[in-house]
Write a protein that binds this ligand. Structure first.
Ligand code: SF4
Length: 329
C-alpha cells in the first residue's frame, strides 16, 4: 500500500538545502487527472493493495495513462533501499515482502484488460537475490492468467547479486528494461548507490542470456549533461546491444531533490532521437514527457515490427521510416 502521508518520504534528504522548484515551460504542461477512468484505475490499485510508480514517482503523465488503464505496477514494497537524488519513491527501512503480490498484479492486469504490462520495483538491496525471484513470480502469475499479454520488466541493478538477472530472464519477460538514468559523470551526485558500468553490464548480460528478449534503457536529461555525453551513452548502450532507448526531461519532485539544470527544448529531443536512430537502436522515444513506461504497449508493437523488418533484411532507411511512423511524441 502507498505509505502513510505523514511519514517522511526521504529522511536522508531532510538536511539538504532547498533547491527551489522552477516553473515548467509551456511544452511541459499536463492535464489534471480527473477522468472517471483515472479514478477506476486508482480504485483497482487500492483494492488490490498495489503500489504504482506512477503515483510514487509523481509522474506527470498519470492523468493520460490512467485514463487509458495503463498503470505501471511497483512491486517489492513501497520503500526503496537506495537514495537517488532524482527519485520521489520513499526511502528507508523496506517493507516485508507480500507473497500475494504476484497474484494481485495478475488480477490487476486482467482487470484492466492490458495487452502489455510494465512491472517495476523499488531497489531491495536487503534481499539475497535483490528481488529477482519475486519478479519471476510476477511474470509467471501474469502469464498464467493473461497469456496474450506481453510483459515488460523495469528492474533495479540487483547490485550484482549472483544469479539475479538469470532468474529474471529465465522467466522470459518480453522486454527487459533497466534505466541508466544519466551520464556517468553525474552518477556520484544523481545515482550515488549505483555504478554506470554495472548497469550497462546488466543490460548486456540480459541480452546475452536470451537474445529473443528485447532490452531497453532510459535517460533523463536536463540534469547538467552535455549532448556529447548523451551520445557516448548511446554508443555504450549500442555496444551492450540494447534495442530501445527512451529519453525524457528530468522533473524535480521536491525542493530536497536535485535541481533542474535546464528544460531541454523539444527540438533538442528531436535531434537526440535522430542521432540515436542513426546509431542503430530499433526504437527510440525522446520527448520532454517520455518516461520508460509511457505508451509502452504501443511502442512494444513498433519494436516487434522493427525487429521483424530488420530480420527480413530491410535497409536502414526503411527501418528508420517504419519506426518514425509511430514515434511517440
Ligand atoms: S508514464 Fe509510466 S509511470 Fe508515468 S503515468 Fe504513465 S505508466 Fe505511469
Amino acid at each position: 500500500m502507498p505509505i502513510a502521508p505523514d511519514r517522511i518520504r526521504h529522511p536522508e534528504k531532510q538536511k539538504r538545502p532547498d533547491n527551489p522548484i522552477q516553473r515548467k515551460p509551456a511544452w511541459i504542461r499536463v492535464k489534471a487527472p480527473v477522468s472517471r477512468e483515472y479514478h477506476e484505475t486508482r480504485e483497482l490499485m487500492r483494492t488490490l493493495r498495489l503500489n504504482t510508480v506512477c503515483e510514487e514517482a509523481a509522474c506527470p503523465n498519470i492523468g493520460e495513462c490512467w485514463a487509458k488503464g495503463h498503470a505501471t505496477v511497483m512491486i517489492l514494497g513501497s520503500v526503496c533501499t537506495r537514495a537517488c537524488a532524482f527519485c520521489n519513491v520513499a526511502t528507508g527501512r523496506p517493507d516485508r515482502l507480500d507473497p500475494h503480490e504476484p497474484e494481485h498484479v495478475a488480477e490487476a492486469c486482467a482487470g484492466l484488460g492490458l495487452s502489455h504490462i510494465v512491472v517495476t520495483s523499488v531497489d531491495r538491496d536487503d534481499l539475497a537475490d535483490g528481488g529477482a525471484r519475486h519478479f519471476a513470480n510476477v511474470i509467471g502469475a501474469v502469464r498464467a492468467t493473461s497469456p496474450d499479454t506481453t510483459i515488460e520488466v523495469l528492474t533495479p541493478d540487483f547490485k550484482e547479486k549472483p544469479g539475479a538477472v538469470e532468474t529474471v530472464t529465465t522467466a522470459r519477460p518480453d522486454v527487459f528494461n533497466h534505466n541508466l538514468e544519466t551520464v556517468p559523470r553525474l552518477y556520484p551526485s544523481i545515482r550515488p548507490g549505483a555504478r554506470y558500468f554495472t548497469s550497462l553490464a546488466l543490460l548486456s548480460k540480459a541480452k546475452e542470456l536470451d537474445p529473443s528478449i528485447f532490452t531497453k534503457s532510459g535517460l533523463m536529461v536536463g540534469l547538467g549533461e552535455t549532448a556529447e555525453e548523451v551520445y557516448q551513452v548511446m554508443d555504450d548502450l549500442r555496444a551492450a546491444d540494447v534495442d530501445f532507448l527512451t529519453i525524457g526531461q528530468y522533473l524535480q519532485p521536491t525542493p530536497k531533490h536535485a535541481a533542474i539544470d535546464r528544460f531541454v527544448p523539444p527540438d533538442e529531443f528531436r535531434t537526440y532521437e535522430k542521432v540515436a536512430r542513426g546509431k542503430g537502436f530499433l526504437m527510440v522515444s525522446a520527448s520532454p514527457l517520455t518516461r520508460s513506461s509511457y505508451l509502452a504497449g504501443d511502442d512494444f508493437e513498433r519494436l516487434r515490427a522493427a525487429r521483424e523488418a530488420r530480420l527480413a533484411g530491410l535497409g536502414g532507411i526503411d527501418l528508420v521510416e517504419l519506426a518514425a511512423d509511430g514515434a511517440a511524441e
